[in-house]
Design a protein around this ligand. Sequence first.
Ligand code: CA2
Length: 146
Amino acid sequence: MSNTVHVLNGPNLNLLGTREPGIYGAATLADVEALCRAEAERHGFDILFRQTNSEGTLVDLIQAARGVRGIVLNAAAYTHTSVALRDAVAAVGVPMIEVHLSNVFAREDFRHHSYLSPVARGVICGFGPQSYVLAIAALATMPASP
Ligand code: CA2
């Protein structure tokens, strides 16, 4: 078991901080990454931080996380559509925390359903970039499996 946490980001999150600041805030994805790295350092974790607009690449990244300490996953719109991501998380056998910047339950109905939540260890939403920090802190509370 490695001490690495994979922080995986889905489609359009590369636009953070440049559009829709009313919903997603002013922080860029680079700012989110910096917060994740600082939190990971507090817990002695290494971070792999990735963003992709492609569903298949996200499947590949989840599969590549086999044996790591945990996955922090903001699958963005694929949260609400993707059986493939759910199957990948279930197959890899690594604790996954689902995160969202916004409170998806305070938004449109189609954002209230997640294909990923049933295979997540927990779900954190609505705290902006702090959702990611809280997820890394949550992984640190979970015993590393041998
Ligand atoms: O709140 C979240 O983190 C979401 O995962 C963000 C997704 C959305 O589809 C989910 O329902 C909730 C959208 C990410 C798109 O990010 C943008 C950032 C800036 C400008 C436009 C889109």
